[in-house]
Design a protein around this ligand. Structure first.
Ligand code: GLU
Length: 423
């Protein structure tokens, strides 16, 4: 990730591109360039060593005109306020593209969970939830998992929040374990949503699953699931990577075997010999940068921001980029990819499966319902297929890239809500 690129400036530039193409009222445009509420926390945590450490945490509630704000919480050593503001803005547009009755928010804590014990992570998570308790709620702001947070962390936060407010309000957090009111399917929903989007973009390109090669950058919750599910659907996963490195084989990999190998040896980069599908097939070790430049049909960035930049955009050979990560492509790179005729399915559409199933979880909690995984994914398929068709049609009609088209659709809807409510 290129840390010199400010993600919030990218988010504003994307908004500006939409405004240039199909403007909304100037005052509302200015309003949508500013986050509504920024909360900064200093969270005291007793470490296992006995030392008291203070962690900086954020929650940005970007805009609540469409409804309660919604978005995940990220644990990462490189979290910055600008990143959280960008992610909160993207959540606002994402919820709008998906047609969810939510505004956008995001949280982040500067920490390295890979170097913390389970007890330290629990105390940090409880501390974060306690400090935020009077700023969140089922009809106010609804957090969820993001990079390096998971259902267990949501369970701790939800428990701590309930204690702080003296009530059981499970709908305050989504992405909870099933036993704590989580939804069937939520854990794999970003990846499964990604497969519906890949299916639609392959259709647009006139490609059948069996003839479509795919490279996946990142092997966490989104990347590992999309790789496995696409493999089951007949697509050929020819390259995968994680933060430590990657592998490529023209024979394709078995992503299930890669995942169990990664959990043993720590990185997919060491799993080539295990996962190659063809008998006697060979593989190559590659870097994360090399993965992005492979001659594949579909490239799926599923890690962090700023991976495709002005430095490498010219070398991208994929026919389509499906952004399962948030913010992997910079605005300058977008222009280059568009000129090269590469379809970029933007994050605010491509990875909306996660927040959409979060919405289903919230809805089930509010209505004391329980849907099967099949029901959840049927609804998700309908939702994402329609969102893809809307954005695709808009981009064809306006002759713009899909990101600008998605932004136009999203921003106009949010602007309408802001106007209705007054400001
Ligand atoms: N963190 C996910 C995202 O970036 C999911 C957010 C949610 O479920 O609220 O979309």
């Amino acid at each position: 990730m290129d840390a010199s690129i400010n993600p919030f400036e990218n988010a504003l530039k994307q908004l500006e591109n939409a405004q240039k193409t199909e403007p909304i009222d100037e005052d509302i445009y200015q309003l949508l360039r500013h986050p509504q509420r920024i909360i900064e926390l200093s969270i005291p945590v007793k470490m296992d060593s006995g030392e008291l450490k203070f962690f900086t945490g954020y929650r940005v509630q970007y805009n609540d005109a469409p409804g309660p704000t919604k978005g995940g919480i990220r644990y990462h050593p490189h979290v910055t306020l600008d990143e959280v503001m960008a992610l909160a803005a993207w959540m606002t547009w994402k919820c709008s593209v998906a047609g969810l009755p939510y505004g956008g928010a995001k949280g982040g804590v500067i920490c390295n969970p890979k170097e913390m014990s389970e007890g330290e992570i629990e105390r940090l998570s409880r501390g974060y939830a306690r400090a935020l308790a009077n700023c969140i709620g089922p009809e106010v702001d609804i957090p969820a998992p993001d990079v390096y947070t998971n259902p267990q962390i949501m369970a701790w936060m939800s428990d701590e929040y309930n204690k702080a407010v003296g009530k059981e309000l499970p709908a305050t957090f989504t992405g909870k374990p099933i036993e704590n009111g989580g939804s069937e399917g939520r854990g794999i929903s970003t990846g499964v949503g990604g497969t519906f989007i890949v299916r639609e973009v392959a259709k647009k390109l006139g490609l059948k699953a069996e003839e479509t090669s795919v490279a996946v950058q990142g092997y966490g919750n989104a990347g590992s699931i999309v790789a496995q599910k696409l493999d089951e659907m007949g697509y050929k996963i020819v390259a995968v990577s994680d933060s430590k490195g990657g592998i490529y084989s023209e024979h394709g990999f078995d992503p299930h075997k890669i995942l169990s190998c990664k959990s043993e040896v720590g990185t997919v980069g060491e799993c080539g010999h295990i996962g190659v599908l063809a008998e006697g097939g060979d593989f190559q070790k590659i870097t994360n940068e090399e993965l992005l430049e492979l001659d594949v049909d579909i490239l799926i960035p599923a890690a962090l921001e700023n991976q495709i930049t002005v430095e490498n955009a010219d070398k991208i050979k994929a026919k389509a980029v499906v952004e399962l990560a948030n913010g992997p492509t910079t605005p300058a790179a977008d222009e280059i990819l568009f000129e090269k005729g590469i379809i970029v399915v933007p994050d605010i559409l491509a990875n909306a499966g996660g927040v959409s199933v979060s919405y289903y979880e919230w809805y089930q909690n509010m209505n004391d319902a329980h849907w099967t995984e099949e029901e959840v994914f049927e609804k998700l398929d309908t939702l994402l297929t329609k969102a893809f068709a809307d954005v695709s049609e808009k981009s064809d009609n306006n002759k713009t890239d899909m990101r600008t088209a998605a932004f136009i659709l999203a921003v106009h809807k949010v602007a309408e809500k802001v106007k209705e409510r007054g400001y």
